[in-house]
Design a protein around this ligand. Structure first.
Ligand SMILES: Cc1cc2nc3c(=O)[nH]c(=O)nc-3n(C[C@H](O)[C@H](O)[C@H](O)COP(=O)(O)OP(=O)(O)OC[C@H]3O[C@@H](n4cnc5c(N)ncnc54)[C@H](O)[C@@H]3O)c2cc1C
Length: 175
């Protein structure tokens, strides 16, 4: 992997990955530095693109909201006259169970959807020849970024254009 780029993007969220892909489409040699590692059901420290939105924010919250809405509808159905009629069908051998939530399954579904989308971005990076540099980026000169990987090793990236896309991350200046 070459350490010299036209464009280095720090942050692989919706701001960063879109900027990286567009720059690559415009013919630039691009690297995107992203430090996030995802933890969840069955997932431990998986490096992941997509930022807050795809890993913990917009998408996971809407997936869980959708599940909650289904549960809410089921509870409403149970309290309705319609359900009363259905539950009186027990002597026909028809039983209708009351609603319950399997939180583990609900969270697993959220994790799967989130993983599909974040891995989709990885594919887009590959298709556009973008190098994903895993680790924490720090600007050390006007044309140089140092990246510390998950084992503490440092790599230097030379660059012409730097894009810093860290909207949701509390941060100090990267200098
Ligand atoms: C619960 C929740 C629900 C939301 N729902 C919605 C919604 O429905 N609709 C909507 O429009 N918005 C929603 N948002 C907001 C949305 O997530 C953000 O606006 C969006 O993620 C911002 O994108 P970004 O790329 O600027 O930053 P981020 O998504 O925060 O990405 C920044 C990335 O930079 C990485 N990073 C930070 N510092 C460094 C460093 N030094 N080196 C390397 N990498 C670094 C971080 O790990 C992170 O992945 C929601 C947010 C939350 C928390």
């Amino acid at each position: 992997m070459s350490n010299s780029y036209d464009v280095v993007v720090i942050g692989g969220g919706p701001g960063g990955y879109v900027a990286a892909i567009r720059a690559a489409q415009l013919g630039k040699k691009v690297a995107c530095v992203e430090m996030y590692r995802h933890n969840g059901y069955g997932v431990e420290n998986r490096p992941s693109l997509g930022g807050t939105c795809l890993n913990v924010g917009c998408i996971p919250s809407k997936v869980l909201l959708e599940s909650s809405e289904h549960f809410d509808k089921k509870v409403l159905l149970e309290s309705s006259e319609h359900f009363d009629k259905l539950s009186h069908l027990a002597h026909h051998g028809i039983t209708i169970e009351s609603a319950s939530i399997n939180i583990k399954k609900m969270i697993e579904r959220k994790e799967n959807i989130s993983a599909q989308l974040t891995m989709g971005i990885e594919q887009l990076f590959k298709a556009n020849n973008i190098d994903w540099i895993k680790g924490r980026g720090k600007l050390i000169a006007k044309d140089k970024v140092s990246v510390t990987d998950f084992d503490g090793n440092k790599t230097k990236l030379a660059l012409l254009i730097l894009m810093v896309m860290l909207q949701n991350t509390p941060r100090k200046m990267l200098f």
